[in-house]
Write a protein that binds this ligand. Structure first.
Ligand code: GLP
Length: 268
């Protein structure tokens, strides 16, 4: 796991956007895994800026989102489809028919829908770069603590902590879904690269458990310890409970030198 610590959230977003831009510019048919939540909003803003400046085209990009609430359609302002349209898709040149979310409408079978999503990812050639945030309880996507490390796209019941954390996004009388479809942990681990971004003090404990804790279903993000190419971009607040911060900085400096000397870089 490569941990890179930045002074603030803005630098995290700028750096994350560079990773995405590199993939899109290098790969003729890039497949991006996307996340929702407050954290990636500034990353998406950076991508929109790059597109508007003529530096980045998403014409050949296919995208797969991590998760979507159950029984909510695109017309609902709380849907993750709505979030993605508003924060990214409406402002770039991506072919909207190549943007996928793991939906499950009222009356549809979540099991069939989960299998279908796995198949769609496979047909697209797999995810090249998966963007991830992290929940305060260590969840990735909506894989809550105790999720199987071998899980695939399926329906999940959200924990009380996640419902409370996300309640800030819902008005008092607004329906807040308690069920969601989410890529599984094994689905996420299949991505060729995984880029997790975390900012703010509220994520510090989850980040510590992910990076330095035991591999455990109690912290689903710790499964990234098993990934060959997991990159974790943090601001200082999110990194504040990590003990080996100097080592991470030093290792990052060495990696830059190694890449410069040997031309090793991401194999997109
Ligand atoms: C949500 C999403 C996750 C996201 C997490 C953190 O519940 N399902 O994909 O990473 O919560 O969100 P935020 O960035 O708003 O803290």
């Amino acid at each position: 796991m490569q941990v890179i610590i930045f002074d603030d959230a803005q630098h995290v977003a700028t750096n994350a956007a560079e990773w995405v831009a590199e993939l899109i510019n290098k790969n003729p048919k890039p497949v991006l895994g996307l996340a929702t939540g407050s954290t990636p909003i500034s990353l998406y803003q950076q991508l929109v800026n790059k597109h508007q400046a003529g530096q980045l085209s998403f014409k050949n990009t296919t995208s797969f989102n991590l998760d979507e609430y159950l029984g909510i359609d695109a017309s609902n302002a709380q849907s993750y489809r709505h979030f993605m349209n508003e924060n990214l898709f409406d402002h770039i040149d991506i072919d909207i028919s190549k943007t996928f979310l793991p939906t499950c409408a009222q009356g549809e079978n979540p099991r069939t829908q989960g299998l279908k999503y796995e198949e769609q990812i496979k047909q697209a050639g797999g995810v090249d770069l998966q963007i991830l945030g992290i929940g305060a309880n260590g969840h990735i996507g909506f894989n809550e603590p105790t999720s199987s490390l071998a899980s695939r796209t399926r329906i999940k019941t959200l924990t009380q902590q996640t419902l409370t954390d996300n309640s800030r996004l819902f008005d008092n009388n607004e329906f807040q879904p308690t069920l969601a479809m989410t890529m599984g942990i094994a689905t996420i681990l299949d991505a060729r690269y995984v880029l997790l971004i975390a900012t703010g003090e509220s994520k510090a404990k989850a980040v510590k458990d992910m990076v330095a804790g035991p591999l455990s279903a109690m912290c689903p993000a710790s499964a990234l310890q098993m990934h060959e190419n997991a990159i974790v971009l943090l601001d200082k607040a999110a990194a504040s409970q990590l003990e080996d911060q100097e080592y991470y900085q030093w290792a990052h400096d060495q990696n830059i030198k190694i890449n410069q000397e040997f031309g090793l870089y991401h194999n997109y």
